[in-house]
Design a binder for this molecule. Structure first.
Ligand SMILES: [Zn+2]
Ligand SMILES: [Zn+2]
Length: 420
C-alpha cells in the first residue's frame, strides 16, 4: 500500500473525538465573545506570506510549501492563518458587512520542518483575530478569550505571560540598546544570533540554543524603552487583566522581531513536568494591513496548535461521554421489528446500533460491548408476542420489560438520566 507523506498524520476514531470536542468547545466560546467563522483557501499567492509573515522569517525562507502552478503563478500552501484573514477582510470589505470585525478560523497549516515527535508538516491551528480596534481593552479581551479557551478545554496549570514590544517610534532605541548591551558578547553567541545582531537584534530572543540563554536573559527589557503612547497602552492592558482577575507574569523575553508587530504580545504556557511549552501565542500587529498594501487598520489575535491543545486536554468527564443504545434480536420475525425500533430511536435523536449479519444473541451482545452500549434493547419471539422490549442495563446487567410504544421515551430518559 502507498503510505502517507512524511510529517502528515491521520486523525483516527478513538482520537478524533477529542478533536471534535476541542473544536466544539472553542467554537461555542468564540461565538459567545462575538467572533464569526471565516474559512479561507489553504492555497494562496506566495507573496501574501512573503510580505505578511515576513521575508526574513524561517517560515518564509525555509519552510513554505511554495511552487509554480501550471499557469506559471507562484503559490503556496498557507503556513499560518493571519495574512489570509487580513486578505479576506479587505477583499470582501468585511468591515462594512460584519456586525463586529472579529473572526476565527480552524484548519490545516503547512510548514516544511524536520518532523519530530508532536510536530508535523501538516498541522492544525485555531486562529482568532480582531481588526480595526486599537483600544487596550480589546487586547485584554483577546487575552481573556485565550485564557477562557484553555480553561474551557479543561487544561490546568497553564501560565499566562505578557509583554509589550513597543512601536516603530520607540523600538529603534530598544534595538540599539540590545546591540550596545551585547557588545563583545556577540562573538560568543550562536551563528544565527550573530546574524540577527546585524540584521534584526530583536530576533535574538527567538534563540533556543542553551549556551546563549544566560547572555539573552541579561539583555535590556523592551518595557524600559516604551514611548509614552506604548507605556499608557500597556498599563491599560495590565489594568484590564487585573480587573478580569487573570493571573499573569511579564516576560521580557516575549519579543516579536518583525516591524508590523506592535505593543502587546502574550503566550499561554502549558504547565506540568519538564520544559514549558507554548499552548498558544498572540499579539498586536498594527502594521500588517499596510505591509500587505491594505488600508491603515490595526489587528490583534492569537493562534493555537490544535495538536498541542488536544494533547493537553484531560479525558472527558463521565457526563460528556456518549451513551449509545444497541438493538439485538432473536429470530427472523424479530428482525423487522428490531429494524423499525432502530429507526425510531435514531429519529428520536438517540445514538443506536444494530448487527445486520444474523449472528447469535451472544455475538450481538459482544458487539454491544465493543460499542460500549449503555443499554441493549432485546427483541425475541416472546417480546414480540407481548408487544414489549427487554431493556438491559449493560453496566449492572439488570434487565426489564418495557411496552414497545413507551420504549423510545424510556430510552431517552435512561440515556439522559445517566448523565451527571
Ligand atoms: Zn511606542
Ligand atoms: Zn543564539
Amino acid at each position: 500500500m502507498i503510505p502517507a507523506i512524511r510529517g502528515t498524520h491521520d486523525i483516527l476514531p478513538g482520537e478524533v473525538e477529542r478533536w471534535q470536542r476541542a473544536e466544539d468547545i472553542s467554537r461555542r466560546l468564540f461565538e459567545r465573545y462575538g467572533y464569526a467563522e471565516v474559512r479561507t483557501p489553504i492555497i494562496e499567492r506566495e507573496e501574501l506570506f512573503a510580505k505578511g509573515t515576513g521575508e526574513t522569517t524561517d517560515i518564509v525562507q525555509k519552510e513554505m510549501y511554495a511552487f509554480t502552478d501550471k499557469g506559471g503563478e507562484r503559490v503556496t500552501l498557507r503556513p499560518e492563518a493571519t495574512p489570509s484573514l487580513v486578505r479576506a477582510f479587505v477583499e470582501h470589505a468585511l468591515e462594512q458587512r460584519m456586525a463586529a470585525p472579529k473572526v476565527y478560523l480552524f484548519g490545516p497549516m503547512f510548514r516544511y520542518e524536520r518532523p519530530q515527535k508532536g510536530r508535523y508538516r501538516q498541522f492544525h491551528q485555531l486562529d482568532v483575530e480582531v481588526f480595526g480596534m486599537a483600544d487596550p481593552a480589546i487586547d485584554a479581551e483577546v487575552v481573556d478569550l485565550a485564557w477562557a479557551l484553555v480553561a474551557a478545554l479543561g487544561i490546568v496549570g497553564a501560565e499566562l505571560v505578557v509583554n509589550s514590544v513597543g512601536c516603530p517610534a520607540c523600538r529603534p532605541a530598544f534595538a540599539a540598546a540590545l546591540v550596545a548591551a551585547l557588545g563583545a558578547d556577540v562573538s560568543r553567541l550562536c551563528r544565527d544570533c550573530q546574524r540577527r545582531a546585524q540584521t534584526n537584534p530583536l530576533r535574538i530572543f527567538d534563540c533556543k540554543v542553551p549556551a546563549d540563554q544566560p547572555v539573552i536573559d541579561a539583555l535590556p527589557h523592551s518595557l524600559d524603552f516604551l514611548c509614552d503612547g506604548c507605556r499608557t497602552h500597556f498599563a491599560a492592558v495590565e489594568r484590564h487583566l487585573g480587573m478580569y482577575g487573570i493571573p499573569y507574569r511579564v516576560s521580557h523575553r516575549l519579543v516579536r522581531g518583525l516591524d508590523y508587530y506592535t505593543r502587546t504580545t502574550f503566550e499561554i504556557l502549558a504547565g506540568g513536568i519538564g520544559a514549558q511549552n507554548a499552548l498558544l501565542g498572540g499579539g498586536r500587529y498594527d502594521g500588517l494591513f499596510r505591509q500587505l498594501g491594505g488600508p491603515d487598520r490595526t489587528g490583534i489575535g492569537f493562534a493555537a496548535g490544535l495538536e498541542r491543545l488536544v494533547l493537553a486536554m484531560p479525558e472527558p468527564r463521565r457526563s460528556e461521554r456518549r451513551r449509545p443504545l444497541f438493538v439485538a434480536y432473536m429470530g427472523e420475525a424479530a428482525r423487522d421489528a428490531a429494524l423499525a425500533l432502530l429507526r425510531d430511536l435514531r429519529r428520536a435523536e438517540l445514538e443506536a446500533h444494530m448487527e445486520y449479519e444474523g449472528r447469535s444473541l451472544k455475538a450481538q451482545m459482544k458487539r454491544a460491548d465493543r460499542l460500549r452500549a449503555a443499554f441493549t434493547l432485546i427483541l425475541g419471539e416472546e417480546e414480540l408476542a407481548a408487544g414489549e422490549v427487554s431493556v438491559k442495563d449493560m453496566a449492572t446487567g439488570g434487565q426489564r420489560r418495557v411496552r414497545r410504544e413507551a420504549v423510545v421515551e424510556e430510552c431517552r430518559a435512561l440515556v439522559n438520566g445517566g448523565r451527571e
